[in-house]
Design a protein around this ligand. Structure first.
Ligand code: HEC
Ligand code: HEC
Length: 213
């Protein structure tokens, strides 16, 4: 009996050291310098710390975004399932390891939300976020995006997202997402929800989300 814990400890040490080496190899595919050059470029549009930027049209916040969602979107831009000429140009030149590294880079950034939405809409938006709109068959947003709107895995974080960006996406969903009928993707989950919300309801929920930290 007495030697068993020693064996277990040794086995554990081997597992850990293999994992560390595997990680080293993955990271070596993209140097820190290359990654920094790329993320500096992303931030020329997506703002300091990926906080988003409000110019002639809104650049979405990437800070705190779920890596799996980010990766899915970059892939969707490349494959024209999500149409956006700017992001197609940015994404289609990325090597697979760079695409992976970029997807995780933004997760730990946590700048304050830009805010700026009409505050009088926030209470109504919170209600929609938490309860949905049963009469229009809109489920609570919180049931998928999480009670704190931080998302998980393929469900995106919405907390702190720019209100004018959220408004544009939800009013234009069917024209931009899921554009390859032969390759259905997760955008189909949001399609009926975006479709059933009125513009007033979208403005309210977008205002609520834009202030969440
Ligand atoms: C020239 C400006 C520009 C640059 C540079 C740029 N982006 Fe974008 N990006 C945009 C715009 C505009 C959108 C919004 C597209 C839309 O409205 O659907 C966007 C959207 C995105 C989205 C989707 C966000 C979401 O919430 O669904 C991701 C992910 C993204 N960009 C990642 C990146 C990464 C990573 C880089 C750097 C490699 C980068 N972008 C560089 C302009 C840019
Ligand atoms: C049944 C699950 C589900 C519910 C309920 C839901 N969503 Fe989503 N939502 C998703 C998924 C999955 C995606 C990512 C789609 C993709 O990858 O193309 C998404 C994406 C989004 C996006 C795009 C984010 C971005 O950065 O471009 C917005 C905005 C959004 N949802 C808002 C809402 C709002 C507001 C509600 C409530 C009225 C809601 N969602 C309810 C699953 C859901």
């Amino acid at each position: 009996m007495s030697f068993q814990p020693v064996l277990l400890t040794a086995a554990f040490a081997i597992v850990v050291s293999t994992a560390v080496h595997a990680e080293d190899r993955g990271a070596a595919a993209v140097s820190n310098q290359e990654l920094k050059a790329k993320t500096d470029y992303c931030k020329t549009c997506h703002g300091v710390s990926g906080q988003g930027f409000r110019g002639s049209f809104p650049m979405p916040r990437l800070a705190g975004q779920q890596p799996e969602y980010l990766e899915n979107q970059l892939q969707a831009f490349i494959e024209h399932r999500r149409t956006n000429p700017v992001m197609f140009n940015v994404a289609h030149v990325l090597s697979p390891p760079m695409l992976k590294a970029l997807s995780t880079h933004f997760k730990d950034l946590n700048p304050k939300p830009l805010g700026g939405a009409p505050k009088e809409l926030v209470a109504e938006g919170k209600k929609i976020y938490e309860d949905g709109i049963p009469s229009a068959e809109v489920p609570p947003c919180a049931s998928c995006h999480g009670p704190d709107a931080k998302g998980a895995d393929a469900f995106p974080r919405l907390a702190g997202q720019l209100h004018d960006y959220v408004y544009r996406k939800l009013t234009n969903w069917e024209k931009e997402r899921g554009q390859d009928k032969a390759k259905p993707d997760n955008s189909a989950i949001m399609q009926p929800i975006a479709h059933n919300l009125t513009e007033t309801q979208i403005k309210a929920v977008a205002a609520y989300l834009s202030y969440l930290e």
